[in-house]
Design a protein around this ligand. Sequence first.
Ligand SMILES: [Zn+2]
Ligand SMILES: [Zn+2]
Ligand SMILES: [Zn+2]
Length: 228
Amino acid sequence: MGVADNRREGCDGCDRSVVLGRLTTVSMPDGTQVACCPTCTPHARAAAERAELETASATCEGCRSTVETADVEDVVLTDGTVLSLCSACRAHQPNAGSEGTGSSPTASDARSAPDAGVTSSTEIAPSKRLCGHCREWIRAEPYRVTLVDDRVESLCPTCKETAVDEGIVVDVAMRRVDAREILDVDEDASAEEIRAAFQEQVKHAHPDRPTGTREAFRLVRGAYERLK
Ligand SMILES: [Zn+2]
Ligand SMILES: [Zn+2]
Ligand SMILES: [Zn+2]
């Protein structure tokens, strides 16, 4: 009588013996279940959540959803931008190289039209990219933004401004388009032209010059580093 209700069992957390009814079962992400006393239960839950985040911590730069790391692959766009995308987003990514997904059934479809007179892949605008925050495709060159938690994201101008306002940005990489503006060179400028433009700008920007400042010099140097 009443004996069964008073059965005790050890807590998997602290090893204390507790009345059975007061033990809570917590499922860990790896499938194991631990029985915890009221004191240990919140810690076990927190640990389980942390472990869960670690096993599925990859964030798709396309849809922004948290997915299993195994489901995310780096996709190199035709312009050299690298995006970490989930399988669903990789399927939708128009600029992605298809080398990584050789088993795709569309590969044979593409071969069925060998000499269509119209140029195909080159017509896709290489400047089209995905904002890592609002998920919108953006035509302008995105900002490579380093956030306070060390994540690097490609953001559209609006989201970049918002992030800066929120104070979560530690660094914004210079965009090529801005670098070209600083050096005053065209998009198709040769390495030699870029070098010449750099030397010309340094004449004005160098802090030893009356027109120069450290900041101006830093910008010119940064622009050259970005483009050379
Ligand atoms: Zn315990
Ligand atoms: Zn995705
Ligand atoms: Zn955005």
